[in-house]
Design a protein around this ligand. Structure first.
Ligand code: NAP
Ligand code: F7E
Length: 340
């Protein structure tokens, strides 16, 4: 029986990765940070909480990373733990650098004298405002625009160095945004689907959003964890972009999700005065500059050609399908008073 260790197992990707690996017959160990209130709602929703061997650790603590790997003795390590919210990285740059950047080094060091294969969660945010390539590939130059992106560039670079210097089987997935009903509520897609469900139930006011013009190459998280797993199974380790090649704007995502709840949608106003209304002039969403980023990445759109050619990976789930899954999940949670 293969043994897999997932750091960040309580997060969106960690939960889907655990489900995928359990389905493939792995013994799954989850690295979880201790907190005063156990953060297991995603694993409970997937009904897999009891099937995972949990080990407490903190990715900012090198000793606890070493102990984690010693206890789990994994064949494969999926390093998904991070401070993953770009917005928070501007207010917590030091912590983000420790967790998202140095944390990866802690896990690589812990794995160095083992034979475990290693997946590192890299990010399209590393491309930042790429000045030359309108579509980003594995060859696009990094131009990070946030403390989060800078930390990911460090993690990505040190992972590559460990691969070359020590011959370790390390692959980095340069993942573009991927979403699901298990997405954290601070991220814009889930903020929208959750906010719409509350508004439709009369439990909150209009959704306050930042830059509606931003474009992201959004995909579906369960498709992406399949791509991560394929990287680890490949004979040769390498870095791969995972994305969908479509990049709608936040405004388009908002409109699409709002259509499940409201009719006759129209935008009025411009810039900080822009609002979304429905047919009877109910205010659905409005721009609030507090959600603007100090240094915004306006558009990210990738190409998954290499992953398709070498790994046979492509995104399987159409955006319409997963947006509907998010809308329905949040409607049900609000109806049942579930606060996740
Ligand atoms: P997520 O939902 O925010 O999950 C992050 C996980 O990291 C959580 O389990 C969290 O634990 C854990 N964590 C945070 N700080 C930690 C610490 N100090 N010690 C141990 N664990 C810690 O993120 P995600 O969306 O699943 O993303 C997974 C990985 O992929 C992250 O590295 C992210 O940066 C990267 N990524 C994500 C996307 C995307 O679109 N989702 C795209 C590119 C790259 P708690 O539950 O205790 O908070
Ligand atoms: O923002 C804009 C915001 O926070 C998307 C992480 O998983 O993907 C994610 O990072 C866009 C940005 O995700 C609001 O300015 C407008 O342009 O959902 P997000 P992100 O920053 O793209 C990458 C690939 C990762 O690696 C990260 O870990 O939406 N936006 N209004 C807003 N964003 C938020 N959060 N809230 C708003 O009100």
């Amino acid at each position: 029986m293969k043994r897999a260790l997932i750091t960040g197992v309580t997060g969106q990707d960690g939960a889907y990765m655990a489900r995928l690996l359990l389905g493939k017959g792995y013994k799954v160990f989850g690295g979880r940070r201790r907190s005063s209130s156990a953060n297991g709602w995603r694993l409970r929703e997937l009904q897999i909480e009891d099937e995972i061997y949990m080990i407490d650790f903190d990715i900012t603590d090198p000793d606890s990373c070493k102990r984690l790997v010693e206890q789990a003795q994994p064949n494969e390590i999926y390093n998904l733990a991070a401070q993953s919210f770009v917005g928070a990285s501007f207010t917590q740059p030091y912590y983000t650098t420790q967790a998202t950047g140095l944390g990866a080094l802690n896990m690589l060091e812990a794995a160095r004298n083992t034979r475990a294969r290693f997946y590192q969660a890299s990010s399209s945010e590393m491309f930042g405002g790429s000045e030359h390539d309108t579509v980003q590939t594995e060859l696009t130059r990094f131009n990070p625009k946030s403390p989060y992106a800078t930390a990911k560039v460090f993690a990505h670079s040190i992972a590559k160095i460990y691969r070359e210097a020590y011959g370790m089987h390390i692959s980095c997935g340069i993942c573009f945004n991927h979403e699901s009903p298990l997405r954290g509520r601070e991220f814009v897609t889930r903020k929208i689907t959750h906010g719409l469900a509350l508004l439709a139930a009369g439990k909150s006011g209009p959704i306050k959003l930042g830059n509606l013009d931003a474009r992201r190459d959004w995909g579906y998280a369960p498709d992406f964890v399949e791509g991560m797993w394929r990287m680890v199974q490949a004979d040769r380790p390498d870095d791969y972009v995972l994305c969908t090649e479509n990049a709608p704007s936040v405004r388009e995502f908002l409109t699409h999700a709002a259509e499940y709840h409201f009719e006759g949608l129209r935008f009025e106003g411009e810039g900080v005065h822009e609002c979304l209304f429905n047919h009877d002039d109910k205010r659905i969403a409005e721009v609030d500059p507090q959600f603007y980023r100090p240094n915004e990445v306006s558009t990210l759109q990738g190409s998954y050609a290499l992953a398709e050619r070498r790994l046979g990976w492509r995104p399987e789930t159409h955006m319409q399908t997963w947006v509907e899954l998010m809308v329905v999940a949040d409607r049900l949670r609000v109806e049942r008073g579930i606060d996740n």
